[in-house]
Design a protein around this ligand. Structure first.
Ligand code: MTE
Length: 342
């Protein structure tokens, strides 16, 4: 990733005072062991937590992108899951204005600004490669069979910031199994939309990466219980800047593995080359597992800034191996040298 100014605080990193105060309240609640569901007064800052329990944002949307009604309905009906945390959620405004989505620009505020009118209906996803069922599928064909659940995951960016996000979606394994990958399928490759007309970052001559944005997982990683297809957050269909209409959420890996606005899924025998690996393989690996002991060549990964930060606190905390999900994923890497296969 391009790390720009080392000093100076960007306005997008500063928490508005109201949010900061609400968050303090929320943290006090959390410290007392009181769950979000019992603290409705913090709704404005952390999203409303209604009776059925999922975190919900019901305010105005700053973008025009609208998911089809059937999808919005599915997301709104998301049920709670066991994948949650009592750590404070990043408020809606932070999750939707502090983004990495280079197709829409490299500054954190660019995606929210430039993806406002992103068209996601109609949307097609191509399934290709080593699978019994391949072809082009409408968004409805892709998503309709899946019940939507909420998963509150930590997300740790390779740039050493993190946030806690209430995603809505379903297990990636459930999607993959529908297409019956063959025994040759050892990897899954994902591709983001290319549409220079809608995505100014793809028109820029100074682009840091090649498009389409490509990511990949080993098949056993893709089938792990935590690997998730995100189609919404806070009970709203996925905002454009967060990767509408569907993206990956891979919580034990650096955020760049969580590819947005997917249009192609391919089952492969050989490991695909991914976007950041292609751009700089010394700095970004295929695995990209969160690991406090393996520094990025230009900065330490030992700690992270948990967003939102404030003028008074960078909210720094130690980074955890596999982003705190070792219990669910460590078996995938048994016997591997994590410093070499970073
Ligand atoms: N997917 C695409 N297509 N393009 C991108 O630039 N950025 C990645 C990832 N997925 C990116 C992407 C990075 S670096 C991060 S940290 C996460 O998206 C950020 O997700 P968020 O903006 O929803 O927080």
């Amino acid at each position: 990733m391009l790390i720009k100014k080392a000093s100076g605080i960007k306005s997008s990193e500063i928490t508005p005072e109201s949010v900061y105060r609400q968050r303090r309240l929320f943290m006090q609640g959390a410290a007392l062991g009181v769950g979000a569901a019992l603290l409705p007064s913090m709704a404005a800052a952390v999203g409303e937590v209604p009776a059925q329990g999922i975190a919900r944002y019901n305010g105005d949307l700053a973008y025009k992108t609208r998911a089809p009604a059937w999808l919005q309905g599915k997301v709104a009906a998301a049920r709670q899951s066991k994948y949650a945390t009592t750590e404070p959620l990043a408020p809606w405004d932070v999750v939707t204005t502090y983004n990495n989505f280079y197709e829409f620009g490299t500054d954190k505020g660019d995606p929210a600004e430039n993806a406002r009118n992103f068209r996601v209906d109609p949307w097609q996803v191509e399934i290709a490669g080593e699978a019994e069922i391949t072809g082009k599928f409408s968004l409805e064909d892709m998503l309709k069979p899946h019940d939507i659940e909420e998963r509150i995951y930590r997300m740790r960016c390779v740039e050493a910031w993190s946030m806690v996000v209430p995603w809505n979606g379903f297990p990636l394994a459930d999607l993959i199994k529908r297409f019956k990958p063959t025994s040759k399928a050892r990897f899954v490759r994902f591709e983001t939309l290319v549409d220079a007309e809608q995505m100014p970052g793809q028109r820029s001559r100074f682009t840091a990466i090649d498009y389409p944005y490509v990511e990949g997982l080993r098949m056993d990683e893709a089938l792990n219980e935590l690997a998730f297809v995100g189609v919404g957050l806070y009970g709203q269909a996925m905002p454009p800047q967060n990767g509408a209409p569907l993206r990956l959420v891979i919580p034990w890996k650096y955020g760049f593995k969580s590819i947005k606005s997917i249009v192609k899924i391919e089952f492969l025998e050989k490991r695909p080359v991914t976007t950041w690996e292609r751009s700089n393989s010394r700095e970004y690996g295929f695995y990209a597992n969160v690991n406090p002991q393996v520094s990025h060549p230009r900065w330490s990964q030992a700690s992270e800034r948990r967003l939102p930060t404030s003028l008074f606190s960078s909210n720094r905390r130690p980074t955890q191996l596999f982003n705190g999900y070792a219990e669910q994923v460590a078996y995938l890497y048994a016997g591997m040298n994590l410093a070499r296969d970073f």
